[in-house]
Every structure is written in C-alpha cells, then in structure tokens.
Design a protein around this ligand. Structure first.
Ligand SMILES: C[S@@+](CC[C@H](N)C(=O)[O-])C[C@H]1O[C@@H](n2cnc3c(N)ncnc32)[C@H](O)[C@@H]1O
Length: 269
C-alpha cells in the first residue's frame, strides 16, 4: 500500500460518505481498497489518488457510478424477511385492495428481487387483475444492479427461497440454469438509478408504501434522519414505510409512527 493510495482512499471514503451516505469504518478500509482496485484497472487510472482527483471532474459520471457500485453491497434475495412481508400482505394490501392505483417504491432495490417479490404478493393476495393498476418503482444507486433488475433473469440458485408453486406460476425458463420473471410482473416494475441522498425526491405522485430495507444501516444517523424524512414527504397520508427488522431506526424514525417491527406509518391513522 503506497502513501498515495492511502491518501486517495481517504478522499474517496469522504466522497462516498458525502455523496452517497455510504460510510466505511476504519476496519473496512481494506475491503474498500480491494473493491476500488477493480475500478482502477477498468478505468486505467494510475492509483487511488489519481482516481480521487478524477472523481469530481465534469465528465466523470461513468467513474462516479463505478465507484458507487464498487462501494455498495448489493446482497438481496426474493422473499427476504418474511415478517415484514407478512405484515404487508395481511395488513397493508387489504387497505389497498380497492384503490384505482397501487403505487409502491422499492428504494435501494438492488437487482430487483424485492420489487418482484412485492409484485408476486400483490398478484397472489389481490388477484392477478390487480397488477393492471399497480406500479412498482425500484431504484438503486448502482447502475449495474438496475440493469439486472430490468432483465429480471436470474440463476436458479438466486430463486431457491421462492415457494415452488410461486416459482412455476411467476417465472419462465430462460436458458440453462436460469429463469426469468414473467412479463405480467416485469410490466408493473420500473427501475431507475437514483441516489437516496439526493433530496427532495422527484416524484409527482405519492406512494402508498415505501420499502427501504437493508440500506439505512450504511448511513450515518444524520443521513438516516434526512432519508426517513424525505421518504415521509413522498408517501401519502396514512401510507407505510417498511424497513428491515435488523435496522434499528425506531429512535430516528420521527415523523413516522412505529406500528410493528420494521413497519411505520405516516399520520395518526
Ligand atoms: C443490501 S442491498 C438491499 C437490497 C434490498 N432492499 C433488500 O433488502 O434485499 C443495499 C442496496 O442499497 C444500495 N445503496 C447504497 N447506498 C445507496 C444510496 N445512497 N442510494 C440508493 N441506493 C443505495 C446499494 O447499491 C445496494 O444495492
């Protein structure tokens, strides 16, 4: 590790915290350097100081996106954390059953597993016709995972938590060892690259429910508070926020009202 690499890492670490809310503690700096080494090769930059120097140049969008992708942990899977999903199915979906439009946001959606899980739950609970009035938006800071989500085509080992009956109903064969989410579900899910730290969020219509799971724990308290408020602003009165049960956001959740483990509501309903 050269002195210039060490200095470059510090600058990039600060940039990630400030621009993306992603914080790398001291003990994870080796992991950050390993991830950045790939970007260094890909972009042919001399060292991490060189990379840091290029990050804020006007034409550095591709490099910025690659650094954001390298720094983010995209681990996700279908039907993750069933307690929160059960709450969504049993207590939130009945409330949305008669709406003309169902609008859900999977904020920090990674490769789309969460957005498609939500679509399956809606189809299974409210009937497939409900998909016609459903819009699910999936966003993530990382462009490569957004491209994956748009394809909706996964290796079988990524699908092993999906009950067999649902797998055969909602996925179709897609070449050796792969399955693709059926068009009915892909049609209701739209994916976009978006940084949760860029506020206010640019939506014309509010969401009835926002899933923001397994991302807040990368953020410092201050960014968690700001993010939870910005999510609140784009959720309709009486709408819901679903977080991970492993993220302790209760202390910073105001103005959200906690209703169950990992579930919050807007307003005093
Ligand atoms: C561990 S995954 C969680 C995926 C999914 N929500 C779940 O619970 O399975 C975290 C995701 O957050 C994204 N992420 C990290 N910082 C972000 C930011 N500032 N804005 C938007 N997405 C971010 C990462 O790229 C990654 O895909």
């Amino acid at each position: 590790m050269t002195q210039t690499d060490r200095q470059g890492t510090e600058v990039i670490r600060g940039w990630l915290a400030q621009r993306c809310g992603i914080h790398f503690p001291e003990h994870k700096l080796d992991q950050l350097r390993q991830r950045l080494a790939k970007v260094q090769r890909e972009f042919g930059v001399t060292d991490l100081s060189d990379m840091a120097g290029q990050l804020d140049l006007a034409d550095a969008t591709a490099l910025q996106l690659a650094v954001m992708h390298a720094a983010s942990t995209n681990h996700t899977y279908f039907f993750r954390e069933s307690d929160v999903l059960d709450h969504f199915r049993d207590h939130i979906l009945p409330d949305l059953a008669n709406r003309d439009e169902i609008r859900i946001w999977s904020a920090a959606c990674a490769a789309g597993d969460e957005a498609y899980t939500i679509a399956i739950l809606i189809a299974e609970t409210l009937g497939p016709a409900a998909l016609k009035r459903t819009q699910i938006l999936g966003t993530d800071i990382s462009s490569p995972v957004i491209a994956e989500a748009e394809e909706g085509d996964y290796p079988l080992n990524r699908l092993d938590r999906i009950p067999a009956e649902l797998l055969s109903r909602w996925f179709e064969p897609a070449g050796p060892g792969r399955k693709r989410v059926r068009r009915e579900l892909r049609d209701v899910c739209t994916f976009r690259q978006m940084n949760l730290k860029t506020m206010p969020y640019p939506f014309k219509k509010s969401f009835q429910a926002v899933f923001c799971r397994n991302v807040l724990y990368y953020f410092e308290r201050e960014d968690q508070v700001a993010t939870l408020r910005a999510l609140h602003d784009v959720t309709e009165q009486g709408g819901w926020l679903l977080t991970s049960v492993t993220e302790n956001v209760r202390e910073v959740c105001a103005p959200w009202k906690p209703v169950a483990n990992g579930v919050f509501r807007k307003g005093g309903l």
